[in-house]
Design a binder for this molecule. Structure first.
Ligand SMILES: Cc1cc2nc3c(=O)[nH]c(=O)nc-3n(C[C@H](O)[C@H](O)[C@H](O)COP(=O)(O)OP(=O)(O)OC[C@H]3O[C@@H](n4cnc5c(N)ncnc54)[C@H](O)[C@@H]3O)c2cc1C
Length: 458
């Protein structure tokens, strides 16, 4: 860390400009993953695009790297030096019900968009937790709750506004800055600038047949084997995933789940209740059930499908894409992470891919991982004493499934720590990686963005 003179910066921006030790600094840099504690030289709480442009311009003058944080759900490494721009005050949410389009500021979480869109019978393509930020999620592709019906969230983006390294506010869409528009939609986390707002299409969904089924630990093998034969038979109207959960003993959890190892099946079906009941019957019959909440539900209740944690937690995760899920893969998963092994994992999740996820967007984009059969994610709590153990265990689960992995396919939002080891272009096949690197060099020749782990000088 070095001492920087922020007087000129504070004059140029309206939002807070804070340095380590200042009141409010710790709150300003905090995010969802409590294991990531940023150490920037200075943090700027941007209030509008002008603040972002001023902060980026000042950072260029000072030779400082620029990192950006919205909610902190997707931070993979702590910023060490440089400037951190926080976007949570960029909270514009506008919905045009006729065009079925939303425009949102870079600090908006999915919850606000879901509620605003629902007033018009519309829904966004959010993921499993509405506390996640719209921009970070979408820049990484965005695998929605309704993924197999509508594809990646990035496939529905119409325009992205961002401040590039030269301090210019640009608008990238199908007509203007087309290469940048291609890259931002799926590979935006590589760092092409600081996004200030994003526009995307909404879908006409008011309700769905959805929810979760929890099974006891004793049913793990029966349920996972039933899932591997059942899931590939589903139509594009159904999106599903299954998770092995080691749940904490907390009073806010329903009694049969507290402190238990459970198997959690998640369902989002858009073909109506009757068809949904028929579709789900084989899984309801696969084993005794602890809780079954699958029913017709309004889209605003979508968080109940995955029931993700909402409070900040220290965590480590990594994920790979599988090309298929044969019986041996399920056996390997149970051997590595099933109820009979003592491992400090909170979740091991398999999401069914395919359907609309496999098709390129109408305006092609840089989303990675199209064409995979399943996504596999391992996640563990980085509690004191587990800092070394959890990454090793997550790695061993992924290694156990390695023979079934899809070579060359990776989902940017779920790779987690693998991004750190493979480098920023590791999620893309070589042709796309080459094009991304050219676009990066054009818009950010000095490597100011996506490199928040260092100061450029000093
Ligand atoms: C509980 C939970 C559930 C999730 N569910 C899903 C899911 O269902 N589907 C899915 O696809 N992903 C999911 N994710 C992953 C999530 O999409 C990524 O972690 C995403 O990066 C979070 O974005 P954020 O803006 O909230 O996080 P942040 O940590 O604030 O940002 C993450 C990264 O996004 C980039 N970024 C953010 N804002 C900007 C900006 N304004 N300009 C430029 N770059 C920016 C930066 O690289 C930043 O480091 C989930 C994550 C969690 C923790």
């Amino acid at each position: 860390m070095r001492t920087v003179d922020t007087v000129a910066l504070a004059r140029r921006v309206r939002g807070p400009v804070l340095q380590p030790g200042d009141d409010g600094f710790t709150t300003e840099i905090a995010g969802f993953n409590a294991a990531i504690v940023h150490r920037p030289d200075v943090v700027v709480g941007a209030t509008d695009a002008g603040d972002v442009a001023a902060a980026v311009g000042w950072a260029a003058e000072q030779g400082l790297a620029v990192a950006v944080q919205s909610t902190g759900h997707g931070q993979l490494a702590a910023t060490d030096g440089g400037i951190l721009i926080t976007t949570r005050r960029l909270d514009e949410v506008r919905v045009d019900p006729v065009a079925r389009r939303a425009r949102v500021g870079a600090g908006v979480r999915w919850r606000s968009v879901i509620e605003t869109a629902a007033k018009h019978g519309l829904a966004p393509l959010n993921g499993s937790s509405s506390g996640v930020g719209v921009v970070g999620y979408t820049l990484g592709g965005g695998v929605p709750v309704m993924a197999r019906t509508f594809g990646f969230a990035a496939d529905h983006v119409r325009a992205v506004e961002l401040v590039t390294a030269d301090g210019m506010l640009r608008r990238a869409d199908a007509e203007s800055e087309p290469d940048l528009f291609w890259a931002l939609r799926g590979a935006g986390r590589i760092g092409f600038g600081v996004v200030t707002a994003i526009e995307f299409d909404l879908v006409p969904v008011r309700s769905l047949y959805g929810g979760g089924i929890f099974y006891p630990a004793s049913a793990t093998a029966d349920v996972l084997h039933a899932f591997r034969t059942w899931a590939p038979t589903l139509s594009e109207q159904t999106t599903t995933s299954i998770a092995l959960l080691r749940l904490p003993d907390l009073p806010q959890l329903p009694e049969p789940l507290r402190g238990q190892f459970v198997v959690h099946l998640r369902i989002a079906h858009l073909g109506g209740v009757e068809e949904g009941e028929r579709m789900l019957a084989p899984m309801r019959a696969a084993a005794p059930v602890l809780i079954d909440s699958v029913a017709e539900m309004p889209y605003v209740g979508v968080d109940a499908i995955h029931s993700e944690p909402t409070d900040p937690m220290p965590e480590h995760h990594a994920g790979v894409v599988l090309r298929h899920l044969p019986a041996e893969a399920v056996d390997a998963l149970i051997a590595a992470a099933g109820p009979h092994v003592e491992v400090p994992l909170a979740m091991v999740e398999l999401r069914l891919l395919g359907g609309a996820l496999a098709r390129q967007a109408a305006v092609p984009n840089a989303v990675s991982g199209r064409g995979g059969a399943f996504s596999l994610l391992g996640l563990g709590p980085l509690l004191p004493g587990l800092e070394q153990v959890v990454p090793a265990v997550v790695g061993s689960v992924l290694d156990a499934l390695e023979p079934f992995a899809a070579p060359g396919l990776a989902l940017a939002n779920f790779r987690g720590s693998l991004e750190a080891t493979d480098g920023p272009y590791g999620a893309w096949p070589s042709a796309d990686a080459g094009r991304l690197s050219e676009i990066k060099n054009f818009y950010d020749p000095a490597g100011v963005f996506g490199s928040g782990k260092r100061s450029l000088v000093g």
